[in-house]
Design a protein around this ligand. Structure first.
Ligand code: ADP
Length: 605
């Protein structure tokens, strides 16, 4: 192809800036058929003479491309019939007529990119045939393929730019979104919103307004003179359809006012400068309009539809960020409230705990003092009663002897209770003073069982023990462990109705790979214990039965004691690094589900 220097310079000058993405051929510069024959023909002939290998030539007239010819067509249609000399004298439209079948006729409404595609798809041998544009009024124009391709590439550039812009905007929007959502400070965020918005669209004055009941509050502003105290302005939301905010709420899309002075519904707020253009964008969070972004420019009609879309896309990010910050604020203040409440409750509980601790201490002190005070006279009474009991004069009279027996056993029982009271105070003050030795639990448990032989017979209770002597030894204080197991066995007797049974079993358990424990279970067929009470019964003075049932007969059915037995048992077992607990299906005096008291003590090395 030959392009003269004039063609190049003209193409450079070709102004295609008016083209839009939907441009058609009609908007492209085209060339008239009216070309002087001499000049045009001369160019063609000269070029072919100079460069016989050329596949074709472009015809340039007065710095304008007026057409193109392929050598083949030129030779076939022109040279063979009339000869070059004849052709050279012909005006250009004659030449065009000669190569008529090879014209590419395109309608003026054909979009540029389609025309370029058609032109490029032509067989290469026709590449220089003229492109004729047909106008509706049936006139024709020559179109320069170079301009056509130039235009197409211009449109592609536009498209590319548009795409780039879109991507850039999406990226910056994403960044803005991240920046905004990372700021959870509700007092700072609206200001940040206006700062970030400035990167997206220019504005002279801007404000973020949030709805507070029946009015809008300005929570951030930019561009207003410091003399105007804009933050204290409360903008009422009018209960009318023409209220701008109401319109935004209704439409849920931006509203653009080209000239506020020509807008009848415009409400100019006293003290604020009058800017002509206004763009209002709703802030929608969780499907609710929570406020709006208001932007103004001094010049009328200065916000475009693309400004509108930009601010709108931005506003959705801003609304999400605002909502997040609001929720965060809510959670923080809720947390503060909760923390305050927890602190208050903790203080109350601490106070209550201290009072209870004091009371407990007072109770322990009282028990200790009264225990000691009671034990001295009791020892005296016990001593004298025992002396009298062996006195032959008194034993002569069976009535007096029986009364004395009563006194002795009553004093024994009292003595036992007082001792229990003192044991409890020792447990409370961690001063049990255990004399530890290696021992067999059979040696502890079997003698206790023996003590109850008479009572068991009277109450027709069957007490069995598994082969306890086969159990490994434990380390413990024999007196203390005797007290603990005594409490469990006497309770099993007390809370099992006549005719029932009690079984004492033992086995070795291994809660972890290295540790071994001896587990003793005292199982009865008694009245059982409510699950809600199963922990409480190990507290001192705690009893489940009604006080009225309490009796001093310590093996009588339901003959409750002072409520110290299990507290002492727990204290002793824990002092031996052991565990104690109860399992029972519940309390039921009719069906007697029974209870099983478990004790675990570490096996002696
Ligand atoms: P108490 O001197 O009243 O027997 P304990 O500390 O020994 O005091 O027991 C506390 C309470 O636990 C008893 O009042 C009784 O209600 C309940 N209890 C203890 N052992 C049994 C058991 N084997 N069966 C049913 N209830 C029991």
């Amino acid at each position: 192809m030959i392009a003269t220097s004039s063609l190049l310079s003209s193409s450079r000058l070709t102004d295609l800036s008016h083209l839009t993405l939907s441009s058609t051929l009609a908007e492209l510069p085209t060339h008239s058929f009216q070309v002087s024959p001499e000049t045009a023909g001369h160019v063609v002939a000269t070029q072919f003479e100079k460069q016989p290998v050329l596949p074709g030539v472009i015809i340039v007239e007065n710095s304008r491309v007026v057409g193109a010819f392929s050598r083949r067509k030129f030779l076939e249609q022109v040279s063979q019939t009339y000869g070059v000399a004849v052709y050279l004298k012909r005006p250009i439209y004659v030449m065009l007529r000669m190569v008529a079948p090879e014209y590419l006729v395109l309608s003026s409404s054909c979009p540029i990119h389609t025309a370029a595609e058609i032109a490029l798809k032509r067989p290469s041998s026709y590449a220089y045939e003229p492109i004729i544009v047909e106008f509706p009024e049936k006139t024709f124009r020559l179109l320069d393929i170079y301009i056509l391709l130039l235009a197409q590439s211009h449109l592609l550039t536009l498209l590319y730019q548009l795409e780039q812009n879109r991507r850039q905007f999406a990226e910056s929007l994403q960044k803005i979104g991240q920046t905004l959502s990372s700021s959870l400070d509700l007092s700072e965020l609206p200001k940040r919103i206006l700062e970030e918005l400035d990167k997206v669209v220019s504005y002279e004055r801007g404000a973020v307004l949030l709805q507070k009941g029946d009015h809008l509050e300005i929570v951030a502003d930019c561009g207003f003179s410091e003399e105007v105290d804009i933050r204290n302005l409360q903008i009422p939301i009018r209960d009318r359809k023409d209220d701008l905010f109401q319109r935004l709420v209704e439409a849920r899309r931006p509203i653009r006012i080209g000239d506020v002075t020509a807008e009848w519904s415009w409400q100019q707020i006293d003290g604020l400068p009058l800017d002509r253009s206004w763009l209002g964008v709703p802030l929608v969070a969780q499907d609710r309009v929570i406020g709006m972004i208001s932007l103004t420019r001094r010049k009328a009609y200065s916000f475009s539809s693309s400004d509108e879309s930009l601010v709108s896309a931005f506003a959705s990010q801003a609304a999400v960020a605002l909502e997040n910050a609001r929720l965060y604020d809510h959670i923080i203040s809720f947390n503060d409230q909760l923390e305050q409440m927890v602190n208050q409750r903790t203080e109350e509980l601490n106070n209550a705990y201290h009072i209870l601790e004091k009371l407990n201490q007072t109770k322990s002190d009282f028990i200790q003092v009264s225990g000691h005070e009671l034990r001295t006279p009791l020892t005296v009474i016990k001593g004298y009663a025992q002396l009298l009991n062996v006195n032959p004069l008194i034993r002569e009279d069976p009535n007096t002897a029986e009364m004395l027996e009563g006194i002795v056993s009553g004093v024994d029982r009292l003595y036992q209770i007082v001792n229990s009271m003192l044991d409890v105070t020792k447990i409370d003050s961690d001063s049990l003073d255990a004399q530890i030795e290696k021992l067999s639990l059979a040696d502890i448990i079997l003698p206790i069982c023996g003590k109850f032989e008479t009572a068991l017979k009277e109450r027709r209770l069957a007490l069995t023990t598994s082969d306890l002597s086969r159990l490994p030894s434990v380390r413990g204080d024999p007196d203390l462990l005797t007290k603990a197991f005594y409490a469990l066995i006497v309770n099993a007797i007390k809370y099992t109705p006549d005719g029932g049974s009690i079984a004492i079993e033992g086995q070795v358990v291994s809660p972890t790979e290295e540790s071994f424990q001896v587990e003793i279970v005292v199982k009865d067929t008694g009245i059982g214990i409510d699950p809600a009470q199963q922990k409480l019964i190990f507290e001192k003075f705690y009893q489940t039965g009604k006080l009225a049932f309490h009796s001093s007969g310590h093996t009588k059915f339901k003959g409750g004691g002072p409520g110290l037995g299990l507290a002492i048992a727990r204290g002793i077992i824990q002092a031996h690094d052991g565990e104690i607990w109860v399992e029972s299906a519940g309390y039921d005096e009719e069906n007697c589900p029974g209870s099983s008291f478990f004790v675990r003590l570490p096996v002696s090395d």
